[in-house]
Design a protein around this ligand. Structure first.
Ligand code: ASP
Ligand code: MG
Length: 406
């Protein structure tokens, strides 16, 4: 007998029909001899609707009240799903995040889980009940409800799986697993059987929209094996797990594109020590997450620095740099939103050479111009024009033969 944590995303519990189907799926897992803890997201677009509702009252709502509001989405779905289980004759109970013993830090709307005390949850499991936990929430040190950031139910599931030493944490979604590329862009994209935590982290931070990055980090740190699978069809999904030897045989595991970045160039900066430090310290102080940075070779005591930031932070970034223009000795600031970041990811890059050359060559052959490059041990990213993004993903998917049966 195993202990399984199953997390169902918003589109899997969008309406009454979905709820009934999910309840049946849960009972199938239980009847196969498992103890089951379920974590649910809010139904369908509930979270977005709640945010819209709040903004109608106040464009900048208080964050404590935002958390009080948003947490209700998951509370509704956990209670309704439990009722659906009762209707099928099953013994089940719902718990909110705080009732399940999830404790967070004080940062409203993006709280981090600090501690888990799942005593009550374990007692319910012992009584052979299915326990349905409201995802995305916990209790902060002020004993207020706090939410874990968008997509945070994934993290609830992984954290609970670690705390109760579950055998498996299944993330059930409206897709069948993690793909070599977005199947909407690349029709021949293939579902991966497995992927290493580090690869998944790179793809998650790329906006691959499969798992919340924090959930993957948590799974890696606590060695929780994740399985991303469909809630609609019953077949094996993608295992996200620790790296094993033969994973390096595959050079590139996937291609991702991120269209949510913007590029800022600060021109004519004084080329002297401390200028970059001054600018990036100020951006960091404003919680602006700078991603790629390139500094040009200096000419006549002047240099340019180009960097990327999330598009939502572009206005704030430009305002910040403009405010420092005279301190930096900068001539002008140019912003560009029409960019995309394209990345290829794979642990096999550690042991194979010439990967970057193949990538650049393929893009050049299709007349796609590269404006920035960044590499890590297992990832190569380039910034290109947004209009070329889909084509670049298709080209790279083909060149690295990701659509081929392995
Ligand atoms: N309902 C929250 C969201 O939409 C949390 C989640 O779905 O994981 O972001
Ligand atoms: Mg959601």
């Amino acid at each position: 007998m195993g202990v399984i944590v199953q997390k169902y995303g918003g589109s899997s519990v969008a309406d009454v029909e979905c709820m009934r189907r999910v309840a049946q799926r849960i009972l199938k897992t239980r009847d196969a001899g498992n103890q089951v803890v379920v974590v649910v997201s809010a139904m369908g677009d509930t979270t977005d609707d709640l945010i819209d509702l709040a903004k109608k009252i106040n464009p900048e709502p208080n964050e404590r009240e935002m958390d009080a509001l948003m947490a209700t989405g998951e509370q509704i779905s956990s209670a309704i799903l439990t009722m659906a289980l009762h209707q099928l004759g099953a013994d089940a109970v719902s718990l909110t995040g705080p009732q399940a013993g999830i404790f967070t830090d004080s940062v409203h709307t993006k709280a981090k889980i600090r501690a888990l005390k799942p005593k009550r949850l374990l007692a319910q499991l012992k009584k052979n009940r299915v326990v349905v936990v409201a995802g995305f929430q916990g209790l902060n040190p002020e004993e207020d409800i706090a939410t874990l950031g968008r997509g945070g139910s994934d993290t609830t599931a992984v954290a609970l799986a670690a705390a109760i030493k579950a055998d498996r944490c299944q993330i059930l979604k409206d897709v069948e697993g993690v793909y070599t590329a977005n199947p909407r862009v690349v029709p021949e994209a293939k579902k991966l059987d497995e992927i290493a935590y580090d690869e998944m982290l790179e793809l998650a931070s790329m906006g691959a929209e499969v798992l919340q990055s924090r959930a993957v980090e948590f799974a890696k740190n606590h060695n929780v094996v994740l399985e991303v699978m469909s809630s609609f069809v019953e077949k094996p999904g993608t295992l996200v797990r620790e790296e094993v030897r033969n994973m390096e045989d595959i050079v590139v595991r996937g291609v991702a594109s991120d269209k949510n970045q913007a590029k800022v160039t600060v021109r004519g900066l004084e080329d002297k020590p401390g200028v970059a430090g001054l600018m990036f310290t100020e951006l960091a102080r404003k919680s602006i997450n700078v991603d790629m940075i390139v500094q040009n070779v200096s000419d006549k005591g002047e240099t340019d620095i180009t960097f990327t930031v999330p598009r939502g932070d572009l206005a704030k970034t430009v305002r910040t740099v403009e405010g420092m223009q005279s301190d930096l000795g900068a001539k002008d600031i140019v912003a560009n939103e029409d960019i995309a970041k394209i990345s290829i990811v794979g642990v096999g890059m550690r042991s194979h050479s010439g990967v970057a050359a193949r990538m650049f060559e393929a893009l050049a052959k299709h007349k796609i111009n590269i404006s920035m490059i960044a590499t890590s041990e297992i990832k190569i990213s380039v910034v290109i024009a947004k209009a070329d993004a889909d084509k670049a993903v298709q080209v790279l998917h083909r060149v690295f033969e990701l659509g081929k049966k392995k």
